[in-house]
Design a protein around this ligand. Structure first.
Ligand code: PLP
Length: 430
């Protein structure tokens, strides 16, 4: 039976779904063209409705660290579905999940499950405000923490001016509580805390930024955040929705050795199911209802099918050698592509932390802030993206997104990807 093409489906989707998609970046607005509609996936590959195969480096925006439809996960999900889909009451699986998360990430003494990264960051911020009795939130330009009102804010005209909404619908009265500083700029942070430290409830940061392509923290940046928070009594929130269980089993805080007060998790923790979590110091977490006064809840939070999937993933990634393999394959991919660019005479630089990576079409020698990412050649990226898509390699359809490696990507997949990139880049250079 022939299935409709992506073009036909996109046309149809736009009749009843705003922009034809359920999350904006899927619409290919950044790169142009028609989004690919997928039918099934296995391991490192996704297959579109016409059966074309793509080596996938998006991995559902991070979650599929084992690769698609890994057997331990599908088996756990099938087994749980046969027992029950949802109780809206406590289960053993939730207890096991909480124990496992606290074991893997020692700064998390207590954890609560939610259904999306947005919910996790929104809840962590409310908790930080409720716990400290303060309103101000500090975040960084280029970091994305989901679409809650207090997070859709950009910097005002000066570093210390109050934020401006980035979306209609966010009241100015909400935006005024968010301060947006430059990522990796320690001086900005110190100045801000010198002036407003006693009013700041929390600093939220992606300890490895993955939403302005891939930008690691500069040496000393996370440590500086830790020390201003310690001095001022603000709560340090590491948003590890993307980099948690990804740059290391224990996430960025294990990789860099800096402790967060609260951590938000998502993506990998649900193995492709809608799961996220926030957790941290027990004294802060106990401010949450029902032990404390800060309200937070969810009909499907801790859903047993989702917990079964997540636990299966956490078991797999806890095995020895996982992160060594992921990092090695990512390094091979990134160096293969950057060498191909060099051979073709195309200016490119890269960032990599574990199995998160970013390719930048630029002659800047390093990229460490939103301003520097924005200076990269987006036309070159778009040409590269479409060339790779044609070759059967699926990259994120935006130059502002990090790429990911899975345990299912073989050395052959990497070689095939580098060969494809070599063809595309030499065509671009011609
Ligand atoms: N935080 C980070 C670091 C993210 O990368 C994302 C999503 O990409 C979110 C929060 C929001 O998560 P969700 O899309 O599940 O709401």
């Amino acid at each position: 039976m022939t299935q409709p093409t992506s073009e036909q489906l996109f046309e149809r989707a736009q009749q009843h779904i705003p922009g034809g998609v359920n999350s904006p970046v899927r619409a290919f607005k950044g790169v142009g063209g028609t989004p690919v509609f997928f039918d099934h996936a296995k391991g490192a590959y996704m297959f579109d409705t016409q059966g074309k195969r793509y080596i996938d480096y998006v991995l559902s925006w991070g979650p599929m660290i084992l690769g698609h439809n890994a057997e331990p996960v599908t088996q756990a999900v099938h087994a749980q579905i046969d027992k029950a889909m949802s109780f809206g009451a406590p289960t053993l699986l939730e207890v096991e999940m909480a124990e496992k998360v606290c074991e893997i990430i020692p700064t998390i003494e207590k954890v609560r499950m939610v259904n999306s990264g947005t919910e996790a960051t929104m809840s962590a911020i409310r908790l930080a405000r409720g716990h400290t009795g303060r309103d101000l939130l500090v975040k960084f330009e280029g970091c994305y923490h989901g679409h809650a009102d207090s997070l859709l804010i950009k910097a005002g005209s000066g570093a210390l001016t109050l934020g401006v909404p980035t979306s209609p619908g966010v009241p100015a009265s909400v935006a005024k509580h968010t301060i947006t500083l430059e990522y990796n700029n320690i001086d900005d942070v110190k100045k801000c805390f010198a002036e407003l430290g006693d009013q700041i409830a929390a600093v939220i940061v992606e300890p490895v930024a993955g939403n302005m392509n891939c930008i690691p923290p500069r040496e000393g940046f996370l440590e500086a955040l830790r020390s201003v928070c310690d001095e001022s009594g603000a709560i340090l929130i590491f948003d590890e929705v993307m980099c948690g269980f990804r740059v290391a089993l224990g996430g960025a805080q294990a990789h860099y050795g800096v402790k967060a007060d609260l951590t938000t998790l998502g993506k990998v923790i649900g193995g492709g199911m809608p799961v996220a979590a926030f957790g941290g110091r027990a004294d802060i977490m106990d401010s949450l209802a029902p032990t404390g006064p800060v309200y937070q809840a969810g009909t499907l939070s801790g859903n047993p099918v989702a917990m079964a999937a997540g636990l299966a993933v956490l078991d797999e990634i806890s095995k020895p050698g996982v992160y060594e393999q992921l990092t090695e394959r990512t390094t091979a991919l990134v160096s293969g592509i950057t060498n191909a660019a060099k051979d073709a005479g195309i200016a490119m630089t890269s960032n990599q932390v574990g199995s998160m990576f970013g390719l930048f079409f630029t002659d800047q020698t390093s990229v460490s802030s939103f301003a520097e990412t924005s200076k990269c050649d987006s036309n070159a990226f778009n040409t590269f993206f479409h060339g790779m898509l044609e070759e059967g390699v699926y990259l994120a359809p935006s130059s502002y997104e990090a790429g990911f490696m899975s345990l299912s990507h073989s050395e052959q997949d990497i070689d095939d990807t580098v060969a494809a990139a070599t063809r595309v880049l030499s065509k671009m250079a011609a």
